[in-house]
Write a protein that binds this ligand. Structure first.
Ligand SMILES: Nc1nc2c(c(=O)[nH]1)N[C@H]1C(S)=C(S)[C@@H](COP(=O)(O)OP(=O)(O)OC[C@H]3O[C@@H](n4cnc5c(=O)[nH]c(N)nc54)[C@H](O)[C@@H]3O)O[C@H]1N2
Ligand SMILES: Nc1nc2c(c(=O)[nH]1)N[C@H]1C(S)=C(S)[C@@H](COP(=O)(O)OP(=O)(O)OC[C@H]3O[C@@H](n4cnc5c(=O)[nH]c(N)nc54)[C@H](O)[C@@H]3O)O[C@H]1N2
Ligand code: SF4
Ligand SMILES: [Mo]
Length: 714
């Protein structure tokens, strides 16, 4: 839509949506506005990009709204010590103050007390330089990122089973060709709408869709079979399905013998989880479990995809492991149109961890405790390997210890809004306030930026270049259609400015392609090898799938790897490893004081902490505030009608929001989306119990009590 006073000009730019892991292709047309918004862009379809084939959701279509100068930050802010308020400042003052804050912590309390918290929405180039900044400039072990809250459980389970973790080991379009798809705790109808076409194509071709979700979502409504376990019980369900596979003689013995190890233990564990026991734990009838196994095993091929519903648990790694076991035992892995995959979430959740934002990883998906990996990366960085710090704290543990003795005292935060999105958010807000210095780089004054000592306003997707790695492991290119407004710098320029002030003049370029060239070197020979990928190739090829090593002497150029594991898994012996797992309860089960389960998630219109989408007028109108989904029977018992305010209380606090009375939810469970701050903030309630391996918090289940809110709160 072109508003009066706008004219469109210039050549269109092919790029990608700034939001989720689908990284839908789009075409931007420049608009010159006479009004206060400044120049902007309009989004057109880009039907030739294979992942979304032109389709976009409302978030993608409306993404340009946040480019408006009225909605975003256009000058740095520093906290005035006299008034305690944020005031506008010049870039030099703001960068000086930020650098001093980080340096002071390190000098007074040791390098590990300066910390970095990143985000899965940052380009590979930013993530890479952020990791390098932490390890080389600050010399701190303490860098982690919000991807820890996202797909870290699936990553750990995939790595254990297959020796490698890439969201999907095949292109998304392969989903349309599988015989039976099991979707565990994912609601793509709301979270990746353009992907739904592949589910429809799959069903139109005679394939079956099984959805595992406690709620009857719009995705579940499409399913041939909907299993509705109580939140936090998927592990028991997956084990019982494997039990039935064994009991019915449906194990693919040849596949198990030829391509796996560890079956005997996995089999024994499954035999201890008989279906009647799982029915008591999950509430899923045995007959439905039988039907699921029949559909899955009768189909010529099969896939299991998990998303946050199955993963954001204190047993997320084991739960994903159990679903992988189910795939392996039935021979549905490492074969065409079959396999396990994870629907990653953020725009660059995948690349963000491959290149060094994660506490235990160096670029190229290398382990920070592997001497050879340290030597390689230190060589690229021109530093002594012994000078590189070791693994630091995981995201929640890093936030939980902010401002404490031995914890991080000065934090650089880029690309996350934990005041809204972290579990036990009121506690995390207190920790952020306890910092000696908080530096936030953001596009807008997020709830977290509002607590900062220094806020650095950064350029946005349509104004910058860089690569992103989507849920398929496809490396794509973000291209600039506009210049950033005056007063705004790119994240790369911020890192350059900080590094220089902290005494490192080289190695922090501001041109994205130059950073990518270094990233290629740093990743060369690692699992996530990007060394054969160039910006030119990405432009020419609709993206390139990693691993893509650089061609050797006289070798042809590597085509990239759309499909993994067809010949062998990435383990040392080439075999997939069964996980040895048993069911265990959630960290917090319902009891007399807190008799219900709360689960949390997303709505179509908003993205994550809502920092961008709540500022987008059409999305704000579509979903103006938080709500609590509750079943009509529960509502009747509480004397609550649709729209009445209800208070939800957990051991961590209370939240109040209007009731949304619906039979889409189980009577023993309530659901809240987590996109809003304030009294309806879902994360006031959530439990920061962590998975022992992935350190993923238990966002998807905690025990709560629900009451009609008093008249006074109306
Ligand atoms: N509209 C929108 N789209 C997004 C995002 C967004 O914020 N908004 N964020 C992006 C990101 S970063 C991510 S990670 C993805 C997330 O994408 P999804 O994983 O699809 O999103 P969620 O809503 O968190 O959870 C999915 C489903 O899990 C179900 N669930 C809850 N508890 C359980 C449980 O114990 N077991 C099972 N089996 N299911 C359960 C919920 O009912 C919900 O329908 O979405 C991406 N896309
Ligand atoms: N209860 C509950 N909580 C959850 C979840 C859940 O299911 N339930 N899901 C979790 C998951 S999966 C995720 S991924 C997290 C996400 O939650 P957050 O980590 O808070 O992610 P965003 O809201 O995307 O925050 C991104 C922030 O960075 C800014 N930003 C965006 N792009 C850029 C950029 O390029 N540069 C800079 N400097 N800033 C940028 C945005 O304006 C915004 O303020 O939430 C987690 N929290
Ligand atoms: S599905 Fe994801 S990438 Fe595609 S337009 Fe929507 S938010 Fe953007
Ligand atoms: Mo996520």
């Amino acid at each position: 839509m072109t508003l009066p006073g706008m004219t469109s000009a210039a050549r269109p730019t092919d790029t990608h949506c700034p939001y989720c892991a689908l990284q839908c292709g789009m075409r931007l047309r420049r608009i010159v506005s006479a009004g206060p918004d400044g120049p902007g862009v309009e989004v057109d379809e880009r039907p030739d990009f294979p992942v979304n084939r032109g389709a976009l959701c409302g978030k993608g279509r409306s993404a340009p709204a946040v480019l408006s100068r009225r909605l975003r930050l256009t000058a740095p802010l520093v906290r005035d010590p006299r008034t305690g308020r944020l005031r506008e400042a010049g870039w030099d003052e703001a960068l000086d103050r930020a650098a001093r804050g980080l340096a002071d912590a390190a000098t007074r309390h040791g390098p590990d007390t300066a910390g970095v918290f990143g985000g899965g929405g940052l380009t590979n180039e930013k993530a890479y330089l952020l990791g390098k900044f932490a390890r080389v400039v600050l010399g701190t072990a303490n860098i982690d990122y919000n991807g820890r809250f996202c797909m870290s459980s699936a990553a750990a389970a995939q790595r254990a089973a297959f020796g490698l973790d890439r969201g999907l080991p095949f292109p998304l379009a392969d989903v349309a060709r599988t015989g039976c798809l099991v979707l565990v705790g994912g609601n793509p109808a709301d979270t990746m709408p353009p992907a739904v076409r592949y589910l429809r194509e799959q069903q139109a071709a005679g394939g079956r869709l099984i959805v595992v979700d406690p709620r009857r979502t719009r995705t579940a409504e499409m399913a041939d079979l909907h299993l509705r376990p109580a939140p936090g019980t998927d592990l028991a369900l997956a084990l019982a399905l494997l039990h039935l596979v064994v009991a019915d003689g449906r194990v693919d013995d040849d596949f198990v013998a030829a391509r796996t190890t560890g079956w005997e233990q996995a089999r024994a564990a499954a035999m201890a989880h008989w279906p009647e026991r799982a029915e008591r734990i999950t509430g899923v009838p045995v007959s439905a479990m039988r039907r699921a196994v029949e559909l899955f095993c009768a189909a010529p091929s099969g896939m299991v995809l998990t998303a946050r519903g199955g993963e954001q648990h204190s047993k997320g790694v084991d739960t994903v492991g159990a679903w992988i076991n189910f795939c392996l035992a039935t021979g549905r892995a490492g074969r065409p149109h079959s396999g396990y995959g994870c629907l990653t979430g953020q725009g660059n959740g995948q690349g963000g961890r491959e290149h060094g934002q994660k506490a235990d990883q160096l670029p190229g998906y290398r382990s920070i405790i592997d001497p050879a990996a340290r030597a390689h990366v230190a060589g690229v960085w021109g530093v002594d390997p012994d000078a590189l710090p070791g693994p630091g704290r995981s995201a929640y543990e890093l936030l939980d210890t902010l401002g404490t003795d031995g914890g991080v005292r000065a934090l650089l935060l880029m690309g996350s809004n934990p005041v809204v999105s972290a579990p036990h958010a009121s506690h995390i807000t207190e920790r952020l306030r306890a910092l000696d210095c908080l530096v936030v780089c953001d596009l807008v004054l997020s709830e977290t930026a509002a607590l900062a000592d220094v806020v650095l306003p950064t350029a946005q997707w349509a104004e910058e270049e860089g690569t992103m790695t989507n849920l398929e492991g496809r490396v794509i290119l973000r291209q600039a259609a506009l210049d950033p407004p005056d007063g705004v710098r790119t994240d790369l320029a911020v890192l350059h400015g900080l590094a220089g002030r902290l005494g490192v003049d080289k190695g922090f370029p501001t041109a994205a392609e130059e950073v990518f060239e270094e990233l290629r070197e740093a990743s060369a020979g690692g699992q996530a090898d990007y060394s054969g990928i160039t910006y030119a190739r990405i432009r020419a090829e609709d993206g390139v799938f990693w691993p893509c090593p650089r061609p050797g002497h006289r070798e042809p150029r590597h085509p990239g790897t759309p499909r993994l594991f067809l010949d062998r898994f990435a383990t040392p012996d080439g075999r997939a490893r069964f996980a040895d797992v048993s069911h265990r309860p959630a960290a917090e089960e319902p009891d007399a004081d807190y008799p219900l389960r709360l689960t949390t998630g997303r709505v179509l219109a908003h993205y994550q902490s809502g920092a961008q989408t709540r500022r987008t007028p059409e999305l704000d109108r579509a979903a103006p505030g938080p709500f609590v989904e509750l079943h009509p029977r529960l509502a009747a018992r509480l004397g609550v009608a649709d729209g009445d305010p209800v208070t939800v209380t957990s051991r961590r606090g209370r939240a109040t929001a209007p009731a949304l009375v619906t039979d889409r939810i189980r009577p023993d469970t309530v659901f809240m989306p987590f996109h809003w701050p304030g009294p309806g903030r879902a994360n006031t309630l959530t439990n920061p119990a962590l998975d022992p391996v992935s350190r993923m918090p238990e966002f998807k289940v905690c025990a709560v009590r629900v009451e009609a809110a008093g008249e006074g709160t109306r």
